[in-house]
Design a protein around this ligand. Structure first.
Ligand code: WTA
Length: 653
């Protein structure tokens, strides 16, 4: 397995003996103490049944877990609720209508507004009415391709309110990637904006939608938010302005309750084949997972906290910890549209200072970038409001953890390194800030009510001190329910490697204390700046170019982004080699998938290392890309291939 490909993590793991226990003061006021582990261990299913009381049900559930058709588990059967009512109306009814739901901070400096729970509720009602008037019914899929603006939250909650599952597509994806997602879930309505601000430039979202919709004849309506004021073409009979439809609709909307298992959203994520998987989440279990874990892991105090997940709504982290978790808990959050370095490198810290942010949740790639920029930048701002800081998306190296705690957390705040996935819906493995003595680099142990293990190839739990495959051994409320339209792929991908157990696709190690260290993917999925990308998906994009005969893609270690995409390509006979070819191909991939997938480096090679059965040996290519001594080549059909490739790499710019 490839977990041994991460020498730096393992080396630091062995050396790491720093511990950061919570202060007595913090522990005394924490939402969750040690006892919760015992409560959950005593009866896991009953534990979740009791947690479900934090949601507002129209009809109480009859059974907590129905496991009669595993792995198609059902949670809270018989129960009915409305997710949007849980996120909005109930807070307004409880007298919290004037509480700020979002402090929105736009990219253009001074573009900011605060939106209360009452205002957000009204806007969601308007959007729900508008969607219904456009013929959207419960069960219909709606695609959302929007910037990081409040209207995106409104769009998602309006869908939830009327029971129409949304599929939010990250606004960095290309027209082709957007079209593939729209077609896969057969969305007939698209919500978008004229453009998105990005570091002073405009991403022409509407234009990308227009291009995508050429491939999607069944899409009948696109509703467009005016955000950047860019020139757009509005297609007669198909395109409508948000301000002329949504903002003119009625401000009240009678919400109907839906079954606990009613589909809430589909989020596409990279798998080990070229085709992204539509991960399906349903209503009650998902909402409970997001709501409870935000409260538990971040020690959330909704009356006083100002909470900020610095991620994009287009990924699961944004779904669970910008939208559903925080709103269900009545949290005041920051919603930031822009980049960390626009217009200057202190932008995040300026935001923390402006709003008195108390909880910050971001990715290690951002933390490593801030380290590179230097501690004197955050030191120029007042960050004393922070009391819990979190990390997600990839393993956090101990150096980054310690820097984060010291320079952002003032040497005072607990750091929660949270492991989870699009599929798990909410955080699964994490320290509890009032309980755990944190170890830099370790995600520590499964949260109360979550059961994980690390298995060897034979499916046996590994002893402390050893590594293997991470699995979840018992169902949990916010688990994915299937892959949209492909139950068989759902079974194959997650439940067949170790029958009856959820196979996460990550390697992990138990240290001498039995605490967990995540070691990265064990499959052909890369993690680039916290974004999941599939090697196959990028290879397919490359071979779609008329220049390329064959391609192999690997994720190579990268100081800032964790991994970076490195591609090895064989050109077609008639395609000329030269420096411009690599540049052309990088742009080609960006156009096909999106800029996040653009290879850091493309190497033109004459041959690829293959086994006698014709399988590309990516392990060897990764050695080359990471400038390591190339490993065992004896299974190669032609053992000299690697010498040629390595020499080519050394000569490359
Ligand atoms: C990785 C993001 C180590 C892991 C929420 C997982 C992590 C993939 C951590 C899911 C962490 C996420 N430590 N690795 N704290 N958090 N990962 O679906 O490889 O975008 O399988 O969900 O990110 O990425 P996804």
């Amino acid at each position: 397995m490839t977990t041994t490909d991460q020498p730096s993590t393992i080396a630091s793991l062995a050396a790491e003996d720093r511990r950061f226990p919570p202060s007595d003061e913090f522990a005394a006021q924490a939402n969750v103490g040690e006892a919760v582990y015992d409560e959950a261990a005593a009866d896991r299913v009953a534990f979740w049944g009791e947690r479900a009381a934090r949601l507002t049900w129209e009809t109480p559930f009859e059974q907590v877990l129905d496991d009669s058709d595993a792995p198609f588990y059902k949670w809270f059967t018989g129960g009915r609720l409305n997710v949007a009512v849980n996120c909005l109306d109930r807070h307004v009814e409880a007298g919290l209508g004037d509480r700020v739901a979002f402090h929105f901070e736009g990219e253009p400096a001074d573009d900011r507004r605060s939106i209360t729970y009452r205002e957000l509720t009204e806007q969601v009602c308007q959007a729900a009415n508008a969607l219904e008037s456009l013929g959207v019914r419960s069960g219909d899929r709606v695609a959302i391709y929007m910037p990081m603006i409040p209207e995106t939250v409104v769009a998602m909650l309006a869908c939830a309110r009327i029971g129409a599952p949304h599929t939010v597509v990250f606004a960095g994806f290309s027209a082709d990637a957007l079209a593939a997602r729209i077609l896969d879930c057969d969305a007939r309505v698209v919500l978008t904006a004229d453009g998105a601000h990005r570091k002073g430039a405009v991403i022409p979202l509407k234009q990308i939608v227009d291009e995508a919709l050429e491939q999607c004849p069944d899409v009948r309506t696109a509703v467009v938010v005016k955000r950047t004021g860019s020139d757009v073409t509005m297609v007669e009979g198909r395109d409508l302005w948000w301000h002329e439809t949504v903002e003119r609709a009625e401000r009240t909307h009678e919400a109907q309750a839906f079954d606990a298992e009613h589909p809430l959203y589909v989020m596409y994520t990279s798998g080990t084949t070229g085709k992204p998987k539509g991960i399906l989440h349903t209503s009650a279990g998902y909402l409970l997972g997001a709501s409870w874990t935000q409260w538990e892991v971040f020690d959330l105090k909704p009356e006083t906290d100002v909470y900020w997940t610095a991620a994009d709504i287009g990924w699961v982290t944004g779904h669970s910890y910008i939208v559903y978790g925080p709103l269900s808990n009545g949290t005041t959050s920051v919603l930031y549209e822009g980049a960390p370095d626009a217009p200057h490198r202190g932008r995040w810290w300026e935001i923390v200072q402006r709003y008195g942010v108390t909880v910050l949740y971001c990715a290690p790639t951002a933390i490593r970038t801030f380290m590179k920029w230097g501690a004197d930048i955050p030191a120029g701002y007042d960050l004393s409001s922070l009391r819990v800081i979190g990390s997600v998306g990839e393993p956090i190296n101990p150096e980054a953890y310690v820097w984060y705690r010291e320079h952002i957390g003032g040497g005072r705040t607990p750091v929660v390194d949270t492991w989870w996935q699009t599929e798990t819906g909410s955080i699964m493995i994490s320290p509890l800030p009032g309980v755990t003595a944190g170890k830099p680099g370790a995600a520590m142990k499964a949260l109360p009510g979550v059961a994980v293990d690390v298995l060897d190839d034979a499916g046996e739990p590994v002893p402390d001190g050893a590594g293997g495959y991470l699995v979840v051994t018992e169902p949990w409320p916010s688990m994915l329910r299937t892959i949209w339209g492909d139950d068989e792929r759902f079974r194959d991908t997650y439940w067949s490697r170790f029958p009856g157990k959820y196979f996460a696709g990550d390697g992990a190690k138990k240290d001498a204390d039995g605490d967990l260290w995540l070691l990265g993917r064990v499959d052909d999925v890369m993690n680039v700046a916290g974004h999941r990308l599939s090697t196959y998906e990028i290879e397919s994009a490359l071979v779609a170019s008329p220049l390329v005969a064959e391609a192999a893609v690997v994720g190579a270690a990268d100081e800032t982004t964790g991994q970076a995409v490195v591609a090895f390509v064989i050109l077609r006979g008639d395609a000329a080699d030269g420096p411009e070819v690599a540049a052309q191909l990088r742009e080609f991939v960006a156009k096909q998938i999106g800029k996040i997938a653009r290879p850091r480096q493309i190497l033109v090679v004459a041959e690829l290392p293959k086994t006698r059965s014709g399988k590309i040996m990516r392990r060897l290519l990764r050695d080359v890309a990471e400038h390591r001594t190339v490993g065992d080549v004896t299974t190669l059909a032609d053992t000299t291939v690697m010498d040629v490739i390595r020499d080519g790499m050394a000569a490359a710019p």
